[in-house]
Design a protein around this ligand. Structure first.
Ligand SMILES: NC(=O)c1ccc[n+]([C@@H]2O[C@H](COP(=O)([O-])OP(=O)(O)OC[C@H]3O[C@@H](n4cnc5c(N)ncnc54)[C@H](O)[C@@H]3O)[C@@H](O)[C@H]2O)c1
Length: 284
């Protein structure tokens, strides 16, 4: 028996990366999935992957910056599979990047319409259908960029912080309807979103990410899909309003613990006691 038997899910941005891996995982656990994305070719390939993994899936062409398209994805789930239990608001992009002074208000607004407004609209249109079923699980992809800053990613960081905040306020409002609202904060995950901009592509990106974070490998879309499955399933029945960080410990601190160690491989913290500073001798 699968963890999502008889459940119906809408996943936005499921033609690629995290959304696609999650759709395949959900399908393998018995869910019927609506793959909602701008990318028809990738979306149809994801449908085939889901079916090969044992589940039902359909593709719905949708631009998450359109309220009509988001409602259309929810309606498609009900029309095709009879109900809606899970929505994963995941579609995303880098959006407005670069220095603040060079960021246009238009690109700022476009970023917010895809990264934050679409999450609000997903919650808004999924709620009435979930209420009819006596509950449901709403999941959104935030980011560690929503809890830490990143120069040049101002709109992205601010929008992802908004996703975390919105998940909390919606969780409070919808708890009485047994609708849980959580988000996931991925760290550096090797997907086309990250590696298509890096010279050397996927191979270089996975090496860079592995070196940058304490866990000695790059994050994979499947790492996020596993958390999404937990949040979608009844295993997380008492979990709501949370931002689940899945990041190979990158937000926990620096690789190697201290700068000299990271630079030379020798630590200044390998003795047993660090005494008062006036008694300390600087290592030569
Ligand atoms: N990859 C990472 O390191 C990382 C880290 C933190 C958060 N995230 C977030 O994870 C989510 C998924 O990203 P990914 O890394 O899998 O990237 P990806 O590019 O592989 O997948 C994103 C998907 O969203 C779709 N999409 C983009 N704009 C859309 C729109 N307007 N309407 C409908 N679909 C649209 C794309 O077509 C694509 O299929 C995003 O919200 C992203 O911000 C990614």
């Amino acid at each position: 028996m699968g963890k999502l038997d008889k459940k119906v899910a809408v996943i936005t941005g499921a033609a690629s990366g995290i959304g696609r891996a999650t759709a395949i995982r959900f399908a393998g656990e018995g869910a019927a999935v609506v793959i909602a994305d701008l990318n028809r070719e990738g979306g149809e390939a994801a449908v085939r992957d889901c079916r090969e993994n044992g589940g039902s899936a359909v593709f719905q062409l949708a631009d998450v910056s359109s309220e009509e398209d988001i409602k259309g994805a929810v309606d498609r789930a009900v029309k095709e599979f009879g109900r809606l239990d899970i929505i994963y608001n995941n579609a995303g992009l880098g959006g407005a990047v670069g220095p603040l002074e060079k960021t246009s208000a238009e690109n700022w607004d476009r970023s917010f319409s895809i990264l934050l407004r679409a999450v609000f609209l997903g919650i808004k249109h999924a709620t009435p259908e979930m209420r009819k079923q006596g509950g449901g699980s709403i999941i959104s992809t935030a980011s560690i960029a929503g809890i830490r800053g990143a120069a040049g990613l101002h709109a992205y960081c601010a929008a992802k912080a908004g996703v975390i905040s919105l998940s909390r306020s919606a969780a409070i409002e919808l708890a009485k309807d047994k609708i849980r609202v959580n988000c996931i904060c991925p760290g550096l995950i090797a997907t086309p979103l990250t590696y298509n901009r890096i010279p050397g592509g996927e191979q270089t990106a996975t090496q860079l990410f592995a070196a940058f974070q304490p866990w000695p490998r790059a994050g994979r879309p499947e790492d996020i899909a596993a958390m999404a499955l937990f949040l979608a399933s009844d295993d997380s029945e008492f979990v709501s309003g949370q931002a689940m960080v899945v990041d190979g410990a990158v937000t926990s601190g620096m690789v190697g613990g201290n700068l000299p160690q990271a630079q030379s491989g020798t630590s200044i913290l390998d003795d047993e006691w660090s005494g008062p500073s006036f008694q300390m001798k600087r290592p030569s």
